[in-house]
Design a protein around this ligand. Structure first.
Ligand SMILES: [Zn+2]
Ligand SMILES: [Zn+2]
Length: 324
């Protein structure tokens, strides 16, 4: 906050980055612990205060914001966590005389609005720029001398090993938005884990060293690029259908002589239910690409022999960039 005040007093711009839109990611009842969940997804409804809505960011389901808890009927519903709308509200209270622009999917839906905001920023008519990953790419703000990245922790502890890599790239990208030769920028990260090893390598030794460390960890765990992966995904309204389909596919693939190819699963996708569909996946992993290729080619040729109804949708993702 001290840094923020200093920069604003100098007439320079600050950029505040949070990759979560809406007011808060969770609506919880302090009376009974009830949480607003989406009916169609394994996900919480996100509070959108401006529109007075709860919205699911995975399927688009919406409902009016509730005043009372549907479970215990008390009025102890509270927002939990931070979204860009909530930070905007706090910043406007703290700095009522500063001009603030919020850039996220909710504020830039209208055609031309993003360009209009960017022009305002570049003319110096904006003091505080607040936004989501939309800010990370492409735009350069030469008068920004302070970048604050709020809550980087979700990227540090994801079950998907790609998440740390994406977080590091995002930090580098966002940091790159700030400063120019005569006005160097400063970057502040908010975390509950200031001792995190990869985070410290990134900050103290740079992206190159971070990448080396991350690669060493992957080599240890035999993860790509030290092995090759493919993900067979299947989904349907009835969970037994994709599960059965993948079980048969796994049994079939195991009969192929495909070297060291491992077949792992099927397991539920990290978000098992999404938009009313149940999602399962089967992971293929091999340290020889040719073995993996052989296994997949044979499976695809025979996959139609697996009895399945048209109710299943399946897809095969070779070298998946995420495991969701
Ligand atoms: Zn309640
Ligand atoms: Zn949903």
């Amino acid at each position: 906050m001290t840094e923020l005040r200093k920069v604003l007093a100098n007439g320079e711009q600050v950029l505040i980055f949070l990759n979560r839109r809406g007011f808060a990611p969770t609506l919880i009842c302090h009376g009974c612990g009830w949480v607003a969940r989406c009916r169609h997804c394994d996900a919480n409804m996100v509070i959108h205060n401006y529109e007075n809505l709860l919205r699911c960011h995975h399927c688009g389901q919406e409902q009016r914001l509730l005043a009372d808890c549907p479970a215990c009927k008390t009025s102890e519903l509270m927002p939990l966590g931070l979204g860009t709308e909530r930070i905007e509200e706090a910043l406007r209270e703290l700095f009522p005389d500063k001009a603030l622009v919020r850039l996220d999917r909710d504020t830039t839906q209208r055609k031309g609005s993003l360009e209009r905001y960017l022009t305002q920023i570049n003319r110096g008519e904006t003091d505080i720029i607040l936004g989501t990953q939309m800010l990370a790419k492409g735009h350069h703000f030469p008068n920004v001398t302070l970048v604050a990245i709020v809550d980087v922790d979700s990227g540090l502890f994801s079950i998907d090993y790609h998440a740390t890599e994406r977080l590091a790239q995002m930090i580098i990208q966002v940091s790159g938005r700030a400063g120019r030769a005569e006005k160097p920028g400063k970057v502040i990260l908010q975390t509950r884990h200031p001792d995190h090893k990869l985070l410290n390598t990134l900050i103290r030794e740079g992206y190159r060293r971070f990448a080396d460390t991350a690669l060493a960890e992957r080599k240890e765990a035999l993860l790509p690029p030290f092995s090759y992966q493919a993900l067979l995904r299947a989904q349907a309204g009835n969970p037994n259908l994709p599960l059965g389909f993948l079980q048969t596919a796994a049994a079939l693939a195991k009969t192929y002589k495909a070297g060291q190819t491992q077949i792992l699963g099927p397991v539920p996708a990290p978000m098992e239910k999404r938009a009313g569909l149940y999602r399962y996946q089967l992971l293929f992993q091999s340290n020889k690409r040719s073995d993996l290729q052989k296994c997949l080619t044979e499976l695809i040729t025979n996959i139609d022999s697996i009895t399945h109804t048209k109710k299943i949708r399946w897809s095969l993702d070779v070298d998946p960039v995420d495991l969701f």
